[in-house]
Design a protein. Structure first.
Length: 276
């Protein structure tokens, strides 16, 4: 019998300065689960110390999820928000009952379902891409924090606007860019978002993509995705060895992908500058 979601999940609750144990090797500092989120928010706004303390006080339940395991499914009614601590998540829907469309990937520090604070019924599914460690933050606690802080209400409203900007860029990519441009653009976006939370500093990152994942995010067939990956290698823009992607020619990759980070709305030069 397949284990239940609860059996697969490792749980632990933490608050301000709390310690928690993870069975997965989470790439985060013990007792500081909000580190990536704070870095993520700092990339688009300037947080005050009061903001940081308020976020750090939020209660959470930490869980581990296996590759392909759904965190929340289309039609579910959510009472908590998801914060990615380690690994990746993706949002997706099925067309015609069987054709999967991946609509976004999420990196550590992301809250992929912030909209459930006001739209609790899910119109898509959120799934782990590889092993992932996430924190669940109760809506009630989140709303209490936002009601007490107009500044943080502004911060998280801005997060929703940036999320919408990313969706608009994906629409343009799927509607107007060719296959190799789509994949190059996707990789450039992930590099920038990872760097904003202190990852991919050496222009390399590990992600457990399959060719099907790349295909379903890019609106192409699995066979076509394989050809695109081989072409990116042939052009010496990157090395793609199993799960490790190493960028070799950022300028060339960004040009091929018609990529500009403007839609990510990073606030500071250190985040907005294209990697060298």
């Amino acid at each position: 019998m397949e284990p239940s979601r609860e059996e697969l999940a490792c749980r632990g609750t933490v608050g301000l300065g709390g310690q928690f144990g993870l069975t997965a090797e989470a790439g985060m500092e013990a007792g500081r689960p909000y580190t990536r989120l704070l870095r993520r928010l700092d990339s688009v706004v300037s947080l005050t110390e009061s903001d940081r303390r308020g976020i750090a006080k939020l209660p959470m339940t930490v869980k581990n999820f296996a590759n392909g395991q759904d965190l929340i499914r289309e039609g579910d009614v959510s009472t908590q928000c998801i914060l990615v601590l380690d690994g990746y998540l993706f949002r997706h829907k099925l067309a015609n009952g069987s054709q999967r469309q991946i609509m976004s990937f999420h990196v550590p520090g992301d809250i992929p379902d912030l909209q459930t604070l006001h739209l609790p019924k899910l119109d898509h599914t959120v799934t782990a891409l590889g092993a992932a460690v996430v924190a669940f933050i109760p809506h009630a606690a989140f709303k209490e924090l936002l009601q007490a802080s107009p500044q943080l209400t502004h911060v998280f409203w801005r997060e929703s606007l940036v999320d919408a900007a990313i969706f608009r860029e994906w629409v343009i990519t799927l509607g107007q860019r060719d296959a190799i441009c789509r994949v190059a653009h996707l990789i450039c976006e992930l590099v920038m978002r990872l760097r904003a939370v202190g990852l991919a500093k050496d222009m390399a990152f590990t992600i457990p993509w399959t060719q099907s994942d790349v295909a379903d995010a890019s609106g192409i067939s699995t066979v076509h995705a394989n050809r695109v990956i081989q072409e990116l290698r042939r052009l010496e823009l990157l090395e793609w060895d199993s799960r490790l992607i190493q960028i070799r020619d950022w300028d060339g990759l960004a040009k091929l992908g018609d990529f500009s980070p403007d839609y990510l709305h990073f606030r500071a030069t250190e985040f907005a500058n294209v990697p060298g």
